[in-house]
Design a protein around this ligand. Sequence first.
Ligand SMILES: Cc1ncc(COP(=O)(O)O)c(C=O)c1O
Length: 443
Amino acid sequence: MDRDSVEPQVDDLPGERARELVSYHHEHAAPSTYICEFVWDHSEPAIGPFCTDVDGNVLLDFAGHVGSMPLGYNNPKILERLEEFELVDPLKIAGQDFYLPAEELSDRGVPGPADLMDRLTDVTGYGMDTVFLSNTGAEAVENALKIAFDYTAGKYTITCQGAFHGRTLGTLSLNRSKEVYRRRFPEIASVHDVPFCADRTCSSETCDCGFFREDGSALRQMVRDTGFVNPEEVAAFVVEPVQGEGGYRIPSDAFTDEIAAVAEEFDIPVVVDEVQSGVGRTGEWWASDHSAIEPDVIASAKALRVGATISRKEVFPAKRKRLSSTWGAGDILSAAQGALTLDAIEEHDLLDNATERGRQFRELFEAADTPGVVDVRGLGLMLGVELDETQRRDDVQAAAFARGLLVIGCGTKTLRILPPLDVTEREIRLGTDLLVEAIQDVA
Ligand SMILES: Cc1ncc(COP(=O)(O)O)c(C=O)c1O
């Protein structure tokens, strides 16, 4: 497959083999697990955003395995190094311990969990020098909460309306996106929420989302001396710098400025959930880097292939065994992929590419005739296209799929577009054309 010339080619989608495999999956899978009717055949050609499914259809994948595939398929920079690595057993090592002598690691160019933590702290500012590795995004956030509770001895957490932070009992207590995640599940106590101000043009004077009020923001009102929460008892304010599952909502500068100001004035630790927005997706290493927010803890996962809770040494409990995970750092390959991903982003200026290509997508889209589209937004390559109705969004997703373009929904009416960070100008044009055609077709 030649990345410079390949185009989506669709015969029957989902084809017969895909339908068979989906129904096989559902024979034993928990019924609530989600599967889209795209079945990737990993023995068939795939490169960058292009892949082949089990029926031989060639697709342009702008869903990127829900943001967990930052460099697309078969990125040579990752593959070349992983090929050096003869597979070993066990591939998973309990407690993310040392598995190769350091010289051998560097000789073979295959980084391990310690190298991943080294690189992560290198690319992260905010004085953060310490990492706890786990497996998933939910675990990264859950451990962020645990260290915040331990560090502050506070009992309150404050979350944002529309938020999604994971599916463990702790993290789901902070979810405010869809009730299906929370229904009948017990939650941790003392969680309050404030509106997430996603009107990008608003200021504290013009805002009507409910966050800004005449006599101070909802957060300020909550923690000031006439409020109902003692700021000394707040363990963390938890926020997605761009809301993901909630609908690719980008906060206003007025909102992030006020969060930063209140956090500083009342000494409230800020946990940023960068599980979806981090690792270069928005054109900066962390989406928080676009704003005035100075995080105390960053939770990352997805693109990193493992979960990571990042902070300053003193924020982590010093006592041994306070935090642990048998399979922390995923398996050996996951840790290596995470570290090599960071290397590739740095070596190939993919932060700049994400900014440029994201701009190209928005410009092409704005110039096109797109009936029913009410907003096109994005930071870097974390892009959202909002439609006027849920049904239209779902129809457009299906029409795009029928043309060989994979995109997924979020919020209630939005499509999220997640090309690989090394996406080219040609690929953005191709994807935009297909999506615009799908929108016009549905209209
Ligand atoms: C912002 C955010 N936080 C946490 C999570 C949970 O991550 P995981 O599914 O890896 O547990 C997600 C997953 O989509 C997410 O988008």
